[in-house]
Ligand binder design. Structure first.
Ligand SMILES: NC(=O)c1ccc[n+]([C@@H]2O[C@H](COP(=O)([O-])OP(=O)(O)OC[C@H]3O[C@@H](n4cnc5c(N)ncnc54)[C@H](O)[C@@H]3O)[C@@H](O)[C@H]2O)c1
Length: 257
């Protein structure tokens, strides 16, 4: 029996096999969870279905673009119909325009700021509102993905750093709001991992190098390091933990210089 057997978990953010969300999916599947996966749009449906071929046949796959009006409601209506209830939700999505992820932060545009906040931070609130009625009183949890740029200045991370600060604050407000309904909400602050989204940050390679040199564990983290922690946070083992940002960064964030 796995730690998550008998539990239903929805994962928003699998795009390809490098996605952090895919590491989380593998850890949850290994521990016996039944999964639902979203895909962002028609173009991304096939790659997600191909990956899901490795998962059991009762895996639910449905569209959800958090910027499309009505998509979140339609998504959770599908999940209610197919799964009945949820024990966990994983938020592993973010987006900012390429030209906002480099250069001078002072040039951040209102449109770029708004879009980064909508997809990367507000979506946690919108998705939590949709998921909560299906999670009511089940001692389940929600997990989202943040990064160190939320609290310290990381070159080129710019508008996404501000969105991640908003995501971490939203995690605390949601934890307070949803705790009485038996729902925990936590964030994982992951070290840099080479994914499609990450490659959009100018000079991303130097973040990987710097972490491997300076982190106490002298290495980078990978999708499974994050996947196993997300699984733990959603599992009954973490039933006393909510509103926290947990670092999965080989210790990088404790270093002063
Ligand atoms: N890779 C890293 O170095 C790193 C480090 C810390 C945190 N994170 C965070 O991890 C999460 C997952 O990113 P990843 O690195 O696995 O990259 P990824 O490109 O594999 O995943 C990003 C996902 O966001 C989804 N997405 C973007 N816009 C969307 C929208 N409008 N509606 C619905 N979904 C949308 C994409 O479809 C994709 O599945 C993000 O929140 C990211 O900021 C990544």
């Amino acid at each position: 029996m796995g730690l998550m057997s008998g539990k239903n978990v929805v994962i928003i953010g699998v795009a390809n096999k490098r996605s952090i969300a895919w590491g989380i999916a593998q850890a949850l599947h290994r521990e016996g969870a039944r999964l639902a996966l979203s895909f962002q749009n028609a173009r991304m449906e096939e790659p997600v279905r191909k990956l899901a071929a490795d998962l059991p046949k009762d895996t639910v796959i449905a569209p959800c673009d958090v910027t499309v009006a009505g998509d979140i409601d339609r998504f959770f209506a599908t999940l209610q119909k197919e799964m009945g209830h949820l024990d966990g939700m994983v938020h592993s999505i973010a987006f900012a325009k390429h030209d906002e992820l480099g250069g001078n932060f002072v040039n951040t545009s209102w449109e770029g700021f708004q879009l980064a906040q909508q997809v990367s931070a507000w979506s946690l609130i919108g998705l939590a509102k949709g998921a909560a009625p299906l999670m009511e009183g089940r001692d389940g949890g929600m997990v989202c993905l943040s990064y160190y740029g939320a609290e310290k200045v990381v070159p080129n991370y710019n508008v996404m750093g501000v969105a991640k600060a908003s995501l971490e604050a939203s995690t605390r407000y949601l934890a307070s709001d949803l705790g009485p309904r038996g729902i925990r909400v936590n964030a994982i602050s992951a070290g840099p991992i080479k994914t499609v989204s990450a490659m959009g940050v100018a000079d991303f390679g130097s973040l990987l190098d710097s972490m491997a040199q300076k982190a106490p564990l002298r290495r980078n983290v990978d999708q499974m390091d994050v996947g196993n922690t997300a699984m733990f946070l959603l599992s009954p083992l973490a039933r006393g933990i909510t509103g926290q940002t947990i670092y999965v960064d080989a210790g990088y964030s404790i270093m002063g210089a």
